[in-house]
Design a protein around this ligand. Structure first.
Ligand code: FFO
Ligand code: ATP
Length: 206
């Protein structure tokens, strides 16, 4: 890692330590309640294609959510990590179609659709370690989702962006750099947090 990151690295360590200390019961319970809350969001309820991810380790579980979206006939795209940390995408075709991959990840075994295919998503679930009041998200530091968010912006599409976290990971402020882009919603076991979308400069009244 290079350069000044505004304190992201130390904060990531603290947040991962906090996850390591979460009671097993809280971790187990989180997946079901997150799936219920996320599926109730209008942004997800109306989505034909959702870009998601397969949770690993102590991340809030996405397994129930993936299976419920899939069962409902939603097209679910999952990331495939490329050697430069960029993301390719492939469809989710049920838990048995996932294979073990680098860095403890589980990835879809099916055909890869190319990094640009993420621009077809109506909604996107993002992993993260924390979010702040502005919706600025702290990720693991690979810059994978920074690139995805830039790609969406360049394609001129605005899928609803939803980060899944534990309650204590919604913070007042996380360090943000020039390349960081906000998410719209954070879903935690305790509730749904919506962030204001900065409005464009207002045009003069007529
Ligand atoms: N579930 C999940 N999938 C994801 C991400 C993620 O954060 N979570 N990514 C987000 O960009 C991309 C992969 N990037 C990753 C970057 C770092 C590590 C990582 O630090 N892994 C640890 C071991 C895993 C653990 O148990 O925590 C390691 O390599 O030491 C994993 C994935 C795409 N898929
Ligand atoms: N659009 C981009 N293209 C290429 N590299 C980028 C882009 N945006 C950010 N990066 C690089 O990625 C690295 C990690 O950025 P950052 O610390 O913000 O990651 P993060 O947002 O926490 O992680 P992630 O995006 O994987 O969730 C930085 O070195 C940054 O310069």
């Amino acid at each position: 890692m290079s350069g000044y990151d505004g304190g992201k690295r130390g904060l990531r360590r603290d947040l991962l330590d906090m996850r390591a200390q979460l009671p097993a019961g809280e971790i187990r319970a989180a997946g079901a309640v997150l799936a219920r809350r996320a599926l109730a969001l209008p942004e997800l309820a109306g989505a034909g294609t959702v870009a998601a991810y397969v949770s690993v380790g102590r991340e809030p579980s996405t397994h129930a959510l993936l299976d419920q979206l899939h069962a409902a006939g939603v097209r679910v795209l999952l990331p495939v990590l490329l050697p430069d940390n960029d993301l390719d995408w492939a469809p989710y075709d049920g838990a048995e179609s996932l294979v073990r991959a680098a860095r403890g990840l589980r990835e879809p075994a099916g055909p890869r659709l190319g990094p640009r295919s993420v621009t077809e998503a109506d909604a996107m679930l993002l992993p993260g370690l924390a979010v702040d009041r502005r919706g600025m998200r702290l990720g693991r530091g690979g810059g994978s989702y920074d690139r995805v968010l830039e790609r969406l912006e360049q394609a001129g599409v605005r899928p609803a962006k939803v980060v899944l976290l534990y309650d204590a990971e919604v913070l007042a402020e996380v360090p943000a750099e020039e390349h960081d882009r906000p998410v719209d919603v954070a879903v935690t076991p305790g509730g749904v947090h919506r962030f204001a979308v900065p409005s464009p400069p207002s045009s003069p009244a007529v």
